[in-house]
Design a binder for this molecule. Structure first.
Ligand code: DX5
Ligand code: ZN
Length: 219
């Protein structure tokens, strides 16, 4: 397993000060995780392309965009064109994940496939050679601050087993309830990228919180 990626989620940051909040994790975070919600795929609404385009100019940290939206075919390429490093769309919202992944790669981004709480991974294992990131939700997508669900780690183990068996270059990311008390079990299950909203932006010192999470993930 490659060295861990820590991706703080700005969903838990102060949306009135997003540029400052992202700069506060520069040098400590590997990626910044940007949760895009459309109040349709999930019952919550966050930010969209104009905010991402503006925020992109405020920092050099690679953007890990998590699209919790319907019709990702229509919107995802815009995030790649805006300079996102990785664009992740949901399996449940996409008719042809391989095609969308190709489109994203052609637009210069990594392509990620997200699996929500109630979705099994088995039907998607054969798609792993066509994506760069698999994101396993360890909560039900839609809101920050929820309780980590350890039963989701069986999915992480299944995906890790397939990545190893086929020697694939795929990042295995977990999202939801990742904190000092949960990150080790996620890492042991095979995750190598960790989204953390509350655990980073709810901390008095976000950069220090990231360092602690990284140390725990490294084991
Ligand atoms: C929720 C988002 C998560 C959220 C995680 O659907 O996808 O990225 O920010 O928040 P925490 O780390 O607080 O569970
Ligand atoms: Zn997310």
């Amino acid at each position: 397993t490659p060295s861990p990626i820590i991706a703080p989620s700005i969903l838990a940051a102060d949306f009135a000060r997003l540029a400052d909040e992202v700069r506060a994790i520069e040098g400590a975070a590997d990626w910044v995780h940007v949760d895009v919600m459309d109040n349709h795929f999930v019952p919550n609404l966050t930010i969209g392309l104009p905010v991402v385009q503006s925020l992109r100019k405020a920092t050099e940290i690679p953007f890990d965009v998590h699209l919790m939206i319907t019709d990702p075919e229509r919107w995802a390429p815009g995030y790649a064109e805006a300079g996102a490093y990785n664009v992740t769309f949901h399996a449940e919202a996409c008719e042809d994940p391989v095609h969308l992944a190709k489109t994203l790669r052609a637009a210069g981004a990594k392509a990620g496939l997200a699996i929500d709480r109630d979705t099994p991974v088995e039907p998607y294992l054969e798609l792993l050679p066509y994506v760069d990131t698999v994101l396993i939700m360890t909560i039900k997508a839609g809101f920050g601050g929820q309780k980590f669900m350890p039963e989701m780690l069986d999915k992480v183990r299944d995906v890790r087993r397939r990545i190893s068996a086929k020697d694939l270059d795929v990042r295995l990311e977990v999202d939801g309830g990742i904190a000092a008390g949960t990150i080790e079990q996620a890492a042991e299950a095979g995750a190598d990228a960790f989204v953390a909203g509350t655990a980073v932006y709810g901390a008095a010192d976000p950069a220090e919180a990231i360092r602690k999470l990284r140390a725990l993930a490294e084991g």
